[in-house]
Design a protein around this ligand. Structure first.
Ligand code: SAH
Length: 482
């Protein structure tokens, strides 16, 4: 049976602006065809096996022809796959969703449209300006600022001149024409205009001017697409730095070189307004039930809560009653201790003799007098690479964060993919990582020493908070269990 194509709006930048429905479909998709304006970090939410296909601007700056996209959608769908066509903003607003939908209909392929938040509303909101306001604007229109043919923009200027707020999409190049026509049809030269570039992303920039001056000021300040040109009295509500731009880490987009424990850092960075990118991504794959006789073991040591979970699944699969396990169950971290406690078990002292088994993820430190049985194997996610290429294209990486010396390999790997990364500052959380990166010629700094830098100060605070509350101690380049 033929699969369904979902034409999904990804919102304008901020990952959190995608709908819950869209995100669910993205997580389940077998194939994802995505555009240039889609936040590449959204692709991290796809299945490991999902095929990710970029259909935006290619490295040679050519755009994949729309007909090719149509063919691809049908090709995947007839193979019974769940296809997500992910588009920036809302698919129905200058998103060519109509063309794609009628093509799918023609070929008898089932489809659904999942709306998204359009840039014309979101970008002004993230700049602190509502598109309507009881006193300043009671009508709102969207218009394209992009001319298709040689005859320039074909818009009903008469009508547009009398709508309170107009959001022009794709209009930066045509700003002189837009301003001229609106003025010609009755709009005042002094009408306020707000230009928002890369709205709702870490590169958001805004410029306010008047209709008479916006074109020259935009050129002067180097504004380009993607940007929304918002014309109307509501632009008076713009007050400089918006709530979005005021968040402490706004504008920072570090690559956090992976360590299994980087997730808490990523979450904290995001909460404070940065757009961090974890490289590479891994997923934990649980190992098979081991051959060992669980009843003959003298101690099981658990690295973390996930290892306790795996151990109990093994018991279930082997139909072993926990009361028959004579071994000491010994938590090596707070999280493992909590996981045991939740099951009504108090962590034991270390067994002094006999067969001791260390249960933990592969590649993590363990104590020497244990036999190691892995519970989880880290597998690299393919989306890391795709996302990395896209992030590079927009040149939005501001620094690299090196949590441990173990992650130096990823630092080197990342900068081999793009030489420009070698010029970026590397913030280290740990001395060993610092010396290693420095010896390799990176512009290396210890996070705790970067006092003059917003991110540095923030990282120092975070480190202090983290070490106090964390499950592991951060010692000499590795995360040692407590
Ligand atoms: N379907 C999209 C629009 C696609 S047309 C939506 O609903 O938002 C592409 C144009 O959208 C860009 O030229 C720009 O004008 C606007 N745009 C898209 N993302 C934007 C963003 N993050 N900030 C400002 N404008 C954006």
């Amino acid at each position: 049976m033929s699969g369904t194509v979902y034409l999904v709006g990804a919102g304008p930048g901020d990952r959190g602006l995608m709908s819950a429905k869209g995100l669910k479909l993205l997580r389940e998709a077998d194939v994802v065809l995505y555009d240039r304006l889609v936040n590449p970090l959204l692709l991290e939410d796809t299945k490991r096996s999902a095929e990710l296909q970029y259909v935006g601007k290619l490295p040679d700056r050519h755009v994949l022809r729309q007909e090719v996209i149509h063919d691809e959608l049908v090709r995947h769908a007839v193979q019974g796959k769940k296809v997500v066509r992910l588009k920036g903003g809302d698919p129905s607003v200058f998103g060519r969703v109509g063309e794609e939908a009628s093509f799918l209909e023609e070929y008898g392929v089932a489809y659904e449209i999942i709306p998204g938040i359009t840039a014309g509303i979101a970008a002004p909101a993230y700049a602190g300006v509502p598109v309507t306001h009881r006193m300043l604007g009671t009508s709102f229109a969207v218009a394209t600022g992009h001319s298709q043919g040689p005859n320039g923009l074909k818009l009903d200027w008469q009508a547009l001149a009398h709508i309170d707020t107009v959001a022009f999409y794709m209009g930066v190049k045509n700003l002189p024409t837009i301003a001229e026509n609106l003025i010609k049809h009755g709009r005042s030269k002094s009408e306020p205009v707000l230009l928002i570039q890369w709205g709702a992303t870490n590169k958001q920039r805004t410029l306010r001017a008047e209709l008479g001056t916006i074109a020259s000021k935009a050129t002067e300040a180097g504004f380009t697409n993607p940007a929304i040109t918002l014309v109307g009295q509501v632009a008076l509500l713009y007050k400089g730095k918006s709530w979005f731009e005021k968040r402490p880490l706004f504008g920072r987009s570090p690559i956090v070189l992976n360590d299994e424990h980087s997730n808490s850092l990523i979450n904290a960075l995001q909460e404070d307004g940065a757009e961090p990118f974890l490289y590479p991504r891994f997923v934990n794959e649980e190992t098979e039930v081991p051959e060992i006789n669980l009843l003959e073991v003298d101690e099981f040591a658990f690295y973390e809560s996930a290892d306790v979970d795996v151990f109990f699944r093994w018991l279930q699969k082997k139909t072993v009653d926990i009361r028959n396990i004579k071994a000491a169950l010994c938590a090596k971290t707070k999280s493992a201790e909590n996981a045991l406690r939740k099951r009504g078990i108090r962590s034991n002292e270390k067994a002094l003799t006999g067969l001791r088994i260390w249960l933990g993820p592969e590649g993590k430190p363990m104590e020497l007098d244990y036999q190691f049985v892995p519970t989880r194997i880290l597998k690299r996610k393919q989306s890391s690479e795709v996302v990395f290429d896209r992030v590079k294209e927009e040149e939005s990486i501001t620094e690299m964060i090196l949590p441990t010396a173990e992650a130096v390999a990823f630092l080197v790997e990342a900068s081999q993919k793009d030489k420009r990364l070698k010029q970026l500052p590397v913030l280290c959380l740990d001395e060993e990582a610092f010396s290693l990166a420095k010896s390799l010629g990176y512009d290396t700094r210890m996070a705790k020493d970067v006092f003059e830098d917003r991110l540095g100060i923030w990282m120092k605070d975070w480190l202090n908070r983290w070490v106090e509350t964390s499950e592991c101690n951060f010692v000499r380049g590795t995360w040692q269990p407590n």
